[in-house]
Design a protein around this ligand. Sequence first.
Ligand SMILES: NC(=O)c1ccc[n+]([C@@H]2O[C@H](COP(=O)([O-])OP(=O)(O)OC[C@H]3O[C@@H](n4cnc5c(N)ncnc54)[C@H](O)[C@@H]3O)[C@@H](O)[C@H]2O)c1
Ligand SMILES: [Zn+2]
Ligand SMILES: [Zn+2]
Length: 349
Amino acid sequence: MTGTARRIVYRGARTLAVEPAEPWPTPPGHVRVDVAYTGICGTDLHILHGDMDSRVKPPCVLGHEMSGLIADVGSHVSGWGAGDPVTVMPLAWCGHCPACRAGHPWLCRDLVFLGIDAPGSLQNSWTVPAAALVRLPPTLRLDHAALVEPTAVAVHDVRRADLRPGERALVVGGGPIGVLIAIVARRSGADVLLAEPDPYRRAVADGLGLVTLDPAADLAAQVGEWTGGAGAAVAFEVSGAAAGVTAAVDALAVRGRMVQVAIHPFPREVSLYRFFWRELTLLGARLYERSDFETAVGLLAQGDIPAKALISRVEPLERTAGAFGALESAAGVMKVLVDCRPRGGAGAR
Ligand SMILES: NC(=O)c1ccc[n+]([C@@H]2O[C@H](COP(=O)([O-])OP(=O)(O)OC[C@H]3O[C@@H](n4cnc5c(N)ncnc54)[C@H](O)[C@@H]3O)[C@@H](O)[C@H]2O)c1
Ligand SMILES: [Zn+2]
Ligand SMILES: [Zn+2]
């Protein structure tokens, strides 16, 4: 690595600065990864807006959806070598809290999320614990591999729903996560309907052969028609909007399962009468485990996730602020990636 390495630093007050990054020796048990691409998501936007300042202490480096090539391997690391293509499952857990001991380390009481609680991948070069690495097949393009993390979210959520072939599943919210859930759910044999108000995002989903509708156009009536009056077996709430919660609850058949994926930072009103009357079940769904990550790698490598169609825009690292701006405007974008290779990044795919 040369002295020209760069990183993007969140400085608070909606500011992202391009700064030089000093090289440092790779610690034992760690690897240094030359980052190829980093995807930006709604969580990164929340951090930039200061919504998470109680948790995220500026100055810090964001980024947790990534791909890259190993540059350097620290001592006490085996099985990895320079040049290996990788992604990172951005979690570090304590191993001894009740959640970890129960076998749910992604729900660890003291979970460290790389890119939120520790430095992330919006930099040319990222040093991470070797335990967080996930191998990529050499045939998988590195821009497409930046979608492994959000795909792992979708894999986990569909598993959480215990979706069975032939079941009808409504996905409320067609951002990147909602579309990925719809694709993974369809692949597991469900009959999927995706509700999304944004015409561009609906058009992307339509182009992938998904059945979409505008929630403004009497969602309840359309779900009734689709299900012969019964309602959906599963509703994934992926919008983060109060109206999305109501739509998901109202769409469910008797004994239906609602999977809560979107993050609502404060309590919402929910019709508990509906839960009682129809014997509904509410399931929270958070993050993923390693098997979800590995499944996601496989889905992308097999071409089951249409990564090309989902990536709307790629900006160079120096223009990360512009990439955030594009996502913020939300008009005409699905997934936005940052190309984290030094300018002219020769050799990377
Ligand atoms: N559970 C997890 O571990 C996890 C992981 C990643 C993201 N998330 C959360 O999942 C949610 C979705 O992520 P994303 O990146 O796709 O976000 P996003 O904001 O890009 O997508 C949300 C979509 O919902 C749509 N929407 C708004 N109101 C709606 C309504 N009434 N009905 C239907 N759709 C509506 C918006 O137009 C938008 O396209 C966010 O809340 C995010 O924080 C959760
Ligand atoms: Zn994310
Ligand atoms: Zn723990």
